[in-house]
Each structure stands twice: as C-alpha cells, then as structure tokens.
Design a protein around this ligand. Structure first.
Ligand SMILES: [Cu+2]
Length: 521
C-alpha cells in the first residue's frame, strides 16, 4: 500500500483505539466500521473492504474472563457478518449467516457480545461471500491472565507481535471462484507452471507427460490460484527494529489467506513452536513449518546478532512469491527464497499413484499427521537439485525429517502440556469421512454415503464424537470445527494436542475427538 494512504490509516486507527472502553465489569468494546475502499497493491487500483480504514482489520485484544462487545456498522452496499475463528462461544454469536444469525444488512448495526472463555491466538473474518479475500481478516489475541495456573514464564511474558498472513489478487474473487469450477489452466499459465511438451522433453520427462495427458490431468500444481502479492500484516516487506540482540520475540501468527498454505522460516535460525490453534504446546524447536489455511501458530524467535536484522519469511506453498518481516535493528540480512518446486518429480509420483478414474491408489500406505509428505519429491532442499536419487529405505521415502537435517514440524510433534482426555462416562459416537475425487471435482462421503453442504449430522449434547477422516483426493485439505477444540490422536496419549483445524494431506487418515458440550448448529 502506498505510504501517503498508510499515514491516513494510522490517524483513523488511533481515533478508534481511543474509543475502546474498559469498565469495572471488564467489558471490552470495539467499534468496527465496515466500508468499501480502494487499494493499490500492484499498480492497479482495485476495490477492497477496509474496517476502520485498515486492511487487515484491527487486532482485537482481550484477556480471558473479559466480556467482548463488538459493534459492527455495515457501511457497505451488501450484507456482511463476522466469524470469530477458533473461539468457543454461544452459538448465536458464531457469525455464520443463515446458520447462527441473519446477515448484517447494509446500513445496519449488529452487536456481538460474548464471554472470553479461553486464551490464545485466534483471528476473525467475514463469513459472507468472498469478502475475506478482499480485506476482511484480522488478528484476535486472547491474553492469559497473569495468575493463570498455566502461565508460562519465559513464554507468556515475552514481547508479542500479532501476525496475519494473507494474499492479494487483482482478480475479482467471484471470477476466480467461477474459473476454478470451469477447471481451466489459466492460473497455471499465469504462474508459468504449466508443463509443456517442450519443457518435458528438455527435462527428460517426455513419457511422464504423455501418461499424464492420457489420464487427462490438468497441469499439476500444488495450489489452484495465482496471487499477485502475499502480505504480512498488510505489507509485502516490513521491519521491526525495536528488538535487540539476544531478545526473544513471540509471533502470534494466523493464516488469513483464502486458499494459500505458507512455509514459515526464519533467517536467524531455528525457532520454537509454543502454541497451535490457540492452545499451548510443549515448546519444540524446528527449522520450519507449513501453516494451513486458517491455522494459527505461536513461535518464539531470537535475534542472534548485533546491528543486523533477520527475516521472518512466509512463502506460498507453490513458492511463486513470499512476504518478509525483518526483526532487529540494523542491516537487513538477505534471505534466500525457497527453491522452485521440481514439478516433473511430482507428476511422476502422481502418475504412479493415480487410478484411471482419477482417484488415488493408496497402495496400502499408512499415512497421517503430515509426517509423510509426498511433495518432498519436489523439494530441492530435501531431495536434491535434480531428478531425485533417493537413497532412503522404502519406509522413509516421503519422510522429510529422515531425509535431511532440516527439521520440519508435523502434527505428531505437537504435545499439550496438560491432560486433554475426554469425559470417561460419555457415550462415544464414531463417524467416518472420506474425501474422494480428482482435482476437478471433490466429493465428501460420510459412512460411505455422499454428503452435501446442506446435510446436517445429528450429534447429541454430551456425546464424545470421534471422527476418522481419510483424504483420497489429490489435494491437501484443511478441516475446521466451530465452537470446539478437538484432540488430534497423534501418539501423545493423554497429552494429545488440542486444535480446531487439521490439514489432511492426500492419502492421509487422521482421527480426532471432542466432547460435544455445545448446543446449536
Ligand atoms: Cu471458524
């Protein structure tokens, strides 16, 4: 965004910050004005939606035990709504139009009011149409009370930076949606990721290409949409120069993108993962992680050297572009972008696994929790620069942590500091979901019956619900539950981590469970 525009926004923001009221009852009020705006991220002026004049929307901060009161003024020409993602709250405050409330009509005001029953990093977004894509996303930070028994010295008292990562496209999101349904190669052409015959022959993969055509695959890509820019708190590049050598910083990161997964890594070395989806985890040190659409992660970074600044980098999964935030004072240290994907290795691998009807042949492989990633055949930093010469055993073929020194977070590494087991005396309901189909058409089925978006699954209050989800499609898929956290059965026993999003990779089976202690849809 251009600087002159930004300075105007800052003035507006400070006025609205002053209007937050804190009373003895710990009622915390925000006033949010939703309004059309014009932005220029690419050289072209485009329509977007700003709240209180800003994109992303203002960071909303509460402390566990507060009551939130959020006044939404719809100054658009269309209806809107706000969903508080990851929050456990009364059903009527959940912000899903036609399910938990009526849409907020143009020119009207809606008040959301709910108790803050948890702590952690969350975010909020419009749940109407595709408004989220053009600006309606923001951080929602729920602080732990200082006297909380779970307060962690050295983590919960660190300086904190809310980070929301997003994408920008100059295309009207409704047109993108239509194009995705028409299954064109357009976005792959824009990205330069179509796999032409000439390219295929040059790289020695002619037979791979022919087989692909035979199976009527489109140009294979790990993500469907071309974006012009990736943004971190609304900027492609930024710097936080207030941090000094040796200091630790906690980033509270949300993926507010509409369809992009992002690789997160840090130019200053390894970092610690301390929370996920708003729930504490035992600190674990990694070199990088991939954040699924709408997940949140809290990480702790250290400034390793004096008079230098180091980049925190978010790279789109297709590695077409990235966004950078430098931490520290002084000279910016260059950070190499992640190397481009080896698409032909990916095509070859897909060909060997795809059946004639476009479904995947799981070949009896047991995969779960992002531990085995078939995409590693495409990562030069893990499997080498050219055609993969994997020396590993069959078992570790897709296990990136076994194949290199780079430590990549996976869900099996997440461990709750607390016992998260469900009530022992509750009845258990088990549901099996399966996602099948090729890239052009997704079909969900439940207990072998095809389900549609309008179907409802009946769950009795008090039941322990166990979901076993298998992804038989060729695309990874993030699944999200409203109003509850679920346990991911990941081998950590009583300390299974709590999440509300789970990314399920192709051919993976994951099992989650939660106690259905809420009412409503
Ligand atoms: Cu949500």
């Amino acid at each position: 965004m251009k600087l002159n525009k930004l300075s105007i926004y800052l003035v507006v923001v400070s006025i609205f910050c002053a209007s937050i009221h804190l009373s003895a009852q710990k009622l915390v009020r925000y006033d949010l004005h939703v309004k059309d705006t014009l932005v220029n991220f690419t050289g072209k002026t485009k329509r977007a939606i700003a709240v209180n004049g800003q994109i992303p929307m203002p960071t909303l901060t509460f402390t566990q035990g507060d009551t939130a009161e959020i006044h939404v003024y719809n100054e658009l020409k269309e209806a809107t709504s706000l969903h508080w993602h990851g929050l456990i709250l009364p059903n009527k405050e959940d912000g899903v139009p036609y399910l938990t409330q009526m849409p907020i009509e143009p020119g009207t005001t809606h008040i959301y009011r709910f108790p803050i029953a948890q702590n952690g990093t969350h975010w909020y977004h419009s749940h109407s149409g595709l408004q989220e894509q053009i600006g309606m996303y923001g951080s929602m930070i729920l602080n732990k009370r200082n006297d909380d028994l779970t307060f962690r010295k050295g983590i919960d008292d660190l300086p904190t930076i809310p980070v929301v990562i997003s994408e920008w496209t100059d295309y009207n999101p409704n047109n993108i949606h239509r194009m995705l349904h028409n299954a064109t190669d357009w976005f792959a052409i824009k990205k330069g990721t179509t796999q032409s015959y000439a390219e295929a022959i040059k790289e020695g993969h002619f037979t791979t290409k022919v087989k692909n055509e035979f199976k009527r695959m489109l140009a294979m890509d790990v993500s469907d949409v071309y974006y012009d820019k990736f943004l971190l708190n609304g900027n492609q590049e930024s710097q936080l120069s207030q941090f000094k050598v040796g200091e630790k910083v906690r980033l509270r990161i949300s993926n507010g993108g509409a369809s992009s997964y992002f690789w997160l890594n840090y130019g200053g070395g390894k970092f610690q993962v301390v929370a996920n989806d708003g729930n504490d985890v035992e600190p674990t040190e990694v070199d990088r992680l991939i954040i699924a659409v709408s997940e949140t992660y809290d990480i702790v970074l250290t400034i390793p050297e004096k008079d230098k600044s180091f980049a925190f980098q978010a790279t789109s999964e297709d590695r077409i572009n990235r966004t950078l935030m430098y931490l520290g004072e002084g000279e910016k240290q260059k950070m190499a972008p992640l190397p481009r994907l080896k698409y032909f290795e990916g095509m070859k691998m897909m060909n060997s696994m795809m059946k004639m009807n476009g479904d995947l042949d799981d070949m009896g492989m047991q995969m779960s929790l992002n531990q085995m990633d078939m995409n590693v055949v495409m990562y030069p930093e893990i499997t080498g620069p050219s055609s993969a010469q994997l020396k590993s055993s069959e078992k570790d073929q897709y296990n990136s942590n076994a194949l290199s020194d780079i430590v990549t977070l996976n869900y099996a590494m997440l461990k709750s500091p607390h016992n998260t087991t469900l009530p022992k005396d509750a009845p258990t309901k088990e549901i099996k979901f399966e996602l099948s189909g090729n890239m052009n058409r997704y079909v969900w089925s439940m207990d072998n019956q095809v389900v549609s978006e309008s179907d409802k699954i009946l769950i009795k209050k008090g039941e322990n619900v166990r979901m076993i989800i298998y992804n038989g499609s060729m695309m990874r898929h993030p699944m999200h539950l409203h109003g509850h956290d679920f346990r991911v059965l990941n081998g950590q026993g009583d300390n299974a981590p709590l999440k509300n999003i789970i990314d399920i990779m192709p051919m993976e089976t994951d099992t989650l469970e939660f106690n259905a202690n809420m009412e409503g849809d």
